[in-house]
Design a protein around this ligand. Structure first.
Ligand code: GLP
Length: 362
């Protein structure tokens, strides 16, 4: 019943346009949230080549004075186990190289799992706790692997999983070997990763999917059912999920699916809704005005708006059944019109049934 229900799929011709759509979206979400030190914006972040363009745009927007990350707290999705933090391919290095070093985010607000922690399990539990204490993630940005994994939630991961130590799938080790001189031996075999449920707990999830090599994953995640072998498919259960893909990534989708999502975007834009969620402020304002109307003594129609419907009785209420009176309710007169004229129900002899079968067969 939940299948085929990703809330929004935005399709752009090129990878760069998909990235632009997302960076613009993140900027508008942070701006409309108006974060302060007391009410920071909690942003979940990914690594990988897909989001590089998004970071590039966010950095450019920051340099233009268009956006500040001062009151943004970040939580990264994952990190390899066992490679030094300053290794060029660690996710720490990636994040500083592509984003953190270029914007005004407070280093104290940056959270990345420590793949070298003495006790890795403790590290994962503490990370979940830290997210919870920060008030939960407002928007989790993600990418996927060609096997449909989100963060490092490889095929077969529990859809209820939380931050934990994960052994990488062979496919992922091959895919990521491009960052390690194409040498499988150099690719870490374990990682720390937020769980599928950790991502699902975010108030909003936005995922970038680009390239023909991710087309099968996108198809499984959108047109297939919710399935732990394609962990991104869990997004079908999320009330505010958005996938932004380029044309190449849609290659395995049915034409009908692509047309459906494109028309949804067109209609929403034409109606002036765009794709953005209404800001919390606007939603609150709307709620207040509805309540105001309901409470207004001058507004009887509004008062009845939420009143329970009045029952309109169209048939008699069945009286309580009293076992002793059952017999009394049997008709005194012979039952008519059922082919047993003249016989009272209790007098139907068993033998006559037999006779009737025989005569019907004759
Ligand atoms: C790794 C990361 C994922 C990321 C994926 C995709 O597996 N753990 O979080 O989504 O890479 O990477 P790319 O965008 O380079 O294809």
């Amino acid at each position: 019943m939940y299948a085929k229900a990703i809330s929004r799929l935005i399709i752009r011709d090129q990878k760069a346009e998909a990235a632009e759509y997302i960076s613009d979206y993140i900027i508008s979400r942070i701006k409309s949230f108006s974060p302060t030190p007391e009410k920071p914006f909690i942003l979940g972040l990914p690594t990988g080549s897909s989001p590089e363009g998004i970071y590039k745009n966010l950095v450019a927007a920051h340099k233009n004075g268009d956006i500040s990350f001062k009151n943004v707290i970040t939580f990264n999705m994952d990190e390899y186990v066992g490679i030094p933090r300053d290794h060029s391919e660690s996710y720490h290095s990636f994040m500083y190289k592509h984003f953190f070093s270029h914007v005004d985010v407070d280093p104290a607000n940056i959270n990345i799992l420590n793949g070298n922690a003495e006790d890795l399990e403790e590290e994962c539990i503490a990370y979940e706790e830290k997210i919870r204490r920060a008030g939960g993630i407002e928007l989790f940005l993600g990418g996927i692997g060609p096997d449909g994994h989100i963060a490092f939630n490889e095929p077969g991961s529990s859809l209820r999983s939380r931050t934990r130590v994960k052994t990488l799938a062979y496919d992922t080790i091959i895919a990521n070997s491009r960052f390690f001189d194409n040498d499988l031996d150099k690719v870490p075999k374990m990682a720390l990763t937020v769980g599928v449920q950790t991502v699902m707990d975010a108030r909003e999830v936005v995922v970038i999917i680009t390239g023909a090599h991710k087309a099968l994953a996108l198809q499984k995640c959108i047109e297939g059912g919710v399935n732990h072998m394609w962990t991104l498919s869990s997004l079908q259960l999320h009330p505010h999920a958005m996938i932004v893909a380029d044309e190449d990534a849609t290659l395995e989708l049915q034409v009908k699916t692509v047309k459906y999502f494109k028309s949804i975007e067109q209609v929403a834009t034409a109606q002036g809704f765009g794709q953005a969620l209404a800001s919390a402020k606007i939603l609150q304002k709307k709620r207040d005005s509805v309540i105001e109307k309901l409470d207004s003594p001058k507004s009887p129609t509004a008062k009845t708006f939420l009143a329970p419907p009045k029952p309109t009785l169209t048939r008699q209420i069945t009286p309580d059944l009293i076992p002793d009176s059952m017999h009394d309710r049997l008709p005194e007169a012979p039952m008519r019109g059922i082919g047993l004229e003249g016989l009272e129900t209790k007098e139907v002899p068993l033998s006559s049934m037999h006779e009737r079968v025989d005569s019907a067969q004759a």
